[in-house]
Design a binder for this molecule. Structure first.
Ligand SMILES: [Zn+2]
Ligand SMILES: [Zn+2]
Length: 351
């Protein structure tokens, strides 16, 4: 019996390394030798506390890439030995949303490495995993596996950069300087947005945001974000667009105050608490309040091209590459207060 190792998430704070049997892929499925995976903020949420989208036991991981190791019956578009990137949203393909170009909102989907909607689907935090043929994208040789693991998170950020974007955008506020906030800033800068203003509560993250090109950084623990942004973007009466890459509720309320007339507010972080606001604040300024849910296949294709063309400095985002055995340590490190890590990628080929 051939076996491989996987990290089973058994509950907050704990992964269990286990040896499981290697299975032949079912029809239409591919067995993938995972080469690298990165750790997402949502994985860390499950590591910190019970997460309703990731009920244990579960193999986490939706940011990964690898090499086709075996193919099931009928698989025709990928070959054994081929390097591939992964789209972890496994849409049903037949519902109204899938048929109308919105597979990210398919109500019958599996999201790899989560237990949402269609249920548990073990993810990529293991040496081998099983994915449907349609979820794989050829990975050019010029993209190494470490960067290949970032196709998904960068795709999320490209979508974020797009939602509500107008070509005359000049002042964009990003709340939350985690990997999503920082990568979205880099995309907007590459696109020519003149001023990205970054707000966070961690000094080290703000310092990095400044180094990466933020025009203004605001420490929300000691500065007044609303008045600073209003002052900075005075010529337009406030910010053009505000991106909420955080799950804290206050930024949503502030966003409506610091937006210009006809401005846009985009939600992506899961803001849980019920909060009070005046709907008239939206109406009076004619604001657009939009949301961004994961990505579409086109965002992953664009992500792959951006990585290939080295359009953004990913090496500033990947602050550590650790071996397969270090997952638990990597999560503990990322959860430590004031750590300097942005994104940690696990190199599965290093033991
Ligand atoms: Zn993610
Ligand atoms: Zn569907």
């Amino acid at each position: 019996m051939e076996t491989f190792r996987q990290w089973l998430y058994t509950g907050p704070g704990h992964f269990q390394l286990e040896e499981v049997e290697k299975e032949e892929p079912k029809p239409g499925m591919v067995r993938l030798a995972v080469k690298a995976f990165s750790i997402c903020g949502s994985d860390l949420t499950a590591f910190r506390r019970m997460h309703e989208r990731m009920i244990p036991p579960l193999v986490l991981g939706h940011e990964f890439c690898g090499v086709v190791d075996a193919v099931g019956e009928g698989v025709a578009t990928v070959k054994v030995g081929q390097r591939v990137g992964v789209n972890p949203i496994l849409r049903c393909g037949v519902c109204w949303h899938c048929k109308n170009g919105r597979p990210n909102l398919c109500p019958n989907r599996h999201n790899t490495g989560t237990t949402i909607l269609a249920g548990r689907y073990d993810g990529g935090m293991r040496e081998f995993t099983y994915m449907p043929e349609f979820s794989l994208m050829p990975l050019p040789d010029s993209i190494d596996f470490i960067h290949g693991a970032l196709i998904e998170p960068l795709g999320v950020c490209i979508h974020m950069a797009d939602v509500g974007y107008l070509p005359n955008e000049k002042y964009t506020v990003i709340y939350g300087c985690g990997p999503v906030g920082l990568m979205t800033m880099l995309i907007l800068k590459a696109r020519g947005v003149e001023h990205v203003i970054c707000v966070d509560v961690r000094k080290n993250r703000l310092k990095l945001a400044k180094e990466l090109g933020a025009s203004l950084t605001i420490d929300a623990t000691e500065e007044n974000t609303v008045s600073l942004v209003q002052q900075f973007a005075k010529e337009r009466g406030g910010a053009d667009r505000i991106l909420l890459c955080t799950d804290a509720p206050e930024p949503f309320l502030e966003a409506m105050k610091l937006a210009r007339m006809d401005g846009t507010v985009v939600l992506t972080g899961h803001i849980k608490p019920t909060i009070e606001f005046r709907p008239e604040d939206i109406l009076e300024k004619g604001l657009r309040v939009l949301s961004q849910v994961t990505f579409l296949p086109e965002h992953l294709e664009r992500s792959m091209k951006m990585i290939q063309n080295k359009e953004i400095p990913l090496d500033k985002i990947v602050t550590k590459v650790l071996p397969f055995s270090s997952l638990q340590d990597a999560c503990e490190l990322l959860c430590a207060p004031d750590n300097d890590e942005i994104k940690i990628v696990i190199d599965v080929t290093r033991k």
